[in-house]
Design a protein around this ligand. Structure first.
Ligand code: ADP
Length: 609
């Protein structure tokens, strides 16, 4: 090879490298679409490189100078696109025109062909970079330079063959590979730049990610597959009060999870390792160094190797302790308010009851007053009326006796009412005392029987009593007067409400009760008591019939007094009645029961003596 050719080649090579630098520094580093102005500048620079290339040609055939403009323009078409390439084609075309000579038309055709082929390649093979670009570039080089060989037809006829002979081999074996090499150099520049960009982007995202990890109010934690701590950020240390060296390498579950949650969370963690999946949003408590509990809401993901093996977990957590406490406070407050509401509801109910009670009392008070005036006036009128009659001097002694009997009966009736009123007011003011003494209940029953026997017999009613215990075992220690009063009251009621049939009273020993007790009864075959009255009649001022036109005298106090007495003595009182008959208006029967504690030992002692 001649020295001038070598120098020309080297100069061309240097210029092509400069061309590639232009691509690297001005084209690919300024990412994004270029504006027309930038494209023109690049076109001008390309033109200058082309012109310099053309000014260092070498002669291969006498009269025809060669350079590497074909490489420059085809590669330019492929990499820079139409505007810069067309500018370079025009500039180099003018230069070639000004040189003239026999090779003018061939020189112009080379410029036109090589630039156009580069541009067409770019247009019709847009993905050439991602294909096997070595082959693409070699293909481009061959197409360009085979066409360049073809341009010899623009030479004078006698020069075509000699020229072809000289240039065909270098065009195919030097120009085409040079085109490929230049292209490869530029593709690599492009790829390097893309890699650099990717590296910068990665760096940026890593920086952002680590900023998140380190950021002030998010916890981050990496655990190995056995639960040991691989990484934690400053915030985790800050809120738990640990030093980093105390934490790294420790087992997370042993060190941070409260005992009551530990087994469960360990299990979840190992399940996650097996299933390669962790519950993404997960709330649990962690312990600080001081043992304080914090609530953390975790976002967990599995860290996997390239082969898909789970290496551990990455977790990001938010400290939700304050809102959790807030929530708890609210719950507590709610519960308090609910409890208060419940109390208010109860108070309301009580107030309602009290109101109803007050209204009822008011009604009863009025009924009582009306009843009382009736109850007092009736005997009073009798007393006054019959006293007047007694004043008559001509009265037979029989009539006198009858009048005196009426006055006596009315007096007793009044006395009874007054006594009842006094007793009930004493009970209500709590001044009724119990006077316990030992006495024989059989005697008391017999005495009551004796006092009423005649009166009841006169009414044609059968009257009997039942003492179930022998006298030796009939001793009780209680308030005899009160038991007497209760029994008398019940017997009097039985007389009052019974027109025919029988009245029986007495007691039975209930040994099975705890303690043992005597169960007294007063049974009659009177009108009976309706179901709904069974409780009411024991309330003060209440009567089975509360109308003033009822047939029976009485202020409705007797059973209330009896109930108070029985309860004072440690027993209870109730009534049973033949309901069917009572309800259908026929005579039924009523049995009043009350109990009094019975001391078995007392009687054993007595019988032993
Ligand atoms: P009073 O007899 O003065 O009305 P009590 O308190 O002794 O008051 O009795 C209350 C009510 O109980 C009576 O008005 C009556 O309706 C009912 N009563 C009480 N004893 C009997 C009985 N042996 N048979 C039917 N009803 C009775």
């Amino acid at each position: 090879m001649k020295e001038s050719i070598l120098i020309g080649l080297l100069q061309n090579a240097a210029l092509l490298i400069a061309f590639s630098m232009l691509y690297q520094n001005f084209w690919i580093k300024h990412e994004g679409p270029k504006n027309i102005f930038e494209k023109i500048i690049v076109g001008l620079v390309l033109s200058s490189i082309g012109i310099i290339l053309m000014s260092t040609p070498w002669m291969m055939v006498p009269g025809i100078s060669f350079d590497m403009r074909s490489v420059l323009l085809s590669v330019s078409g492929l990499f820079f696109g139409p505007i810069p390439t067309v500018i370079a084609m025009l500039a180099t075309g003018f230069v070639r025109l000004s040189i003239g000579g026999v090779g003018l038309w061939m020189g112009l055709a080379v410029i036109l062909f090589s630039g156009s082929i580069g541009l067409l390649w770019r247009k019709f093979r847009p993905n050439w970079k991602s294909n096997n670009y070595y082959m693409e570039l070699l293909g481009l080089g061959l197409v360009v330079h085979i066409s360049m060989s073809a341009t010899t037809i623009f030479l004078p006829t006698d020069m075509i063959l000699p020229a072809l002979k000289v240039i065909a081999i270098p065009l195919i074996f030097i120009y085409s590979p040079v085109t490929m090499l230049l292209g490869i150099l530029m593709v690599n520049q492009y790829k390097n730049w893309q890699n650099e960009l990717a590296r910068l982007k990665l760096q940026e995202s890593e920086r952002r990610f680590s900023q998140i990890l380190e950021s002030g109010n998010v916890l981050s934690l990496l655990l190995n597959n056995d639960g040991t701590i691989n990484f934690c950020n400053d915030y985790l240390l800050e809120i738990t009060g640990y030093e980093r060296r105390e934490v790294l390498g420790k087992n997370w579950f042993e060190g941070f999870v409260p005992f009551d949650e530990r087994a469960k969370l360990k299990q979840l963690f190992s399940n996650g390792m097996i299933n390669k999946k962790f519950s993404i949003n997960f709330e649990n408590r962690i312990l600080t160094k001081e043992g304080e509990e914090l609530y953390i809401l975790w976002y967990n993901i599995a860290l996997k190797s390239d082969t898909g093996e789970v290496l551990g977990t990455a977790s990001i957590g938010v400290n939700v302790t304050d809102s959790k406490r807030h929530e708890k406070n609210l719950e507590e407050k709610n519960a308090e308010i609910e409890a208060q509401n419940e109390e208010y509801r109860k108070i309301n109910q009580e107030l309602l009851k009290a109101k109803e009670h007050a209204e009822e009392s008011d009604r009863l008070k009025s009924a009582f007053l009306a009843n009382m005036s009736h109850e007092i006036r009736t005997p009073m009128n009798s007393i006054l009326g019959f006293s007047d009659l007694l004043k008559e001097s001509k009265l037979t002694s029989e009539k006198q006796h009858r009048y005196i009997d009426v006055i006596e009966h009315s007096g007793k009736r009044m006395l009874n009412i007054i006594n009842d009123i006094i007793t009930i007011s004493e009970i209500e003011s709590g001044i009724v005392d119990i006077h316990n003494s030992e006495f024989n209940i059989n005697e008391q029953i017999e005495s009551i029987y004796a006092s009423f026997k005649e009166e009841i017999a006169q009414n044609g009613i059968n009257f009997s009593y039942l003492n179930t215990l022998p006298d030796s075992e009939a001793i009780i220690k209680s308030d005899g007067e009160k038991i007497y009063a209760v029994l008398v009251n019940l017997v009097k009621n039985a007389i009052k409400f019974t027109n025919h049939g029988a009245i029986e009273f007495g007691y039975n020993l209930k040994k099975d009760s705890e303690p043992a007790e005597l169960e007294f009864f007063v049974k009659d075959t009177g009108e009976g008591i309706r179901q709904e009255q069974k409780e009411l009649i024991f309330e003060r001022f209440r009567q089975g019939s509360e109308s003033l036109t009822r047939n029976y005298e009485g202020a409705g106090l007797g059973l209330a007094i009896s109930k108070a007495f029985v309860e004072m003595l440690g027993g209870k009182i109730w009534v049973e009645s033949d309901e069917e008959n009572t309800a259908s208006g026929k005579d039924g029967s009523a049995t009043f029961y009350f109990t009094i504690p019975y001391d078995i030992k007392l009687n054993k002692k007595n019988s032993d003596e």
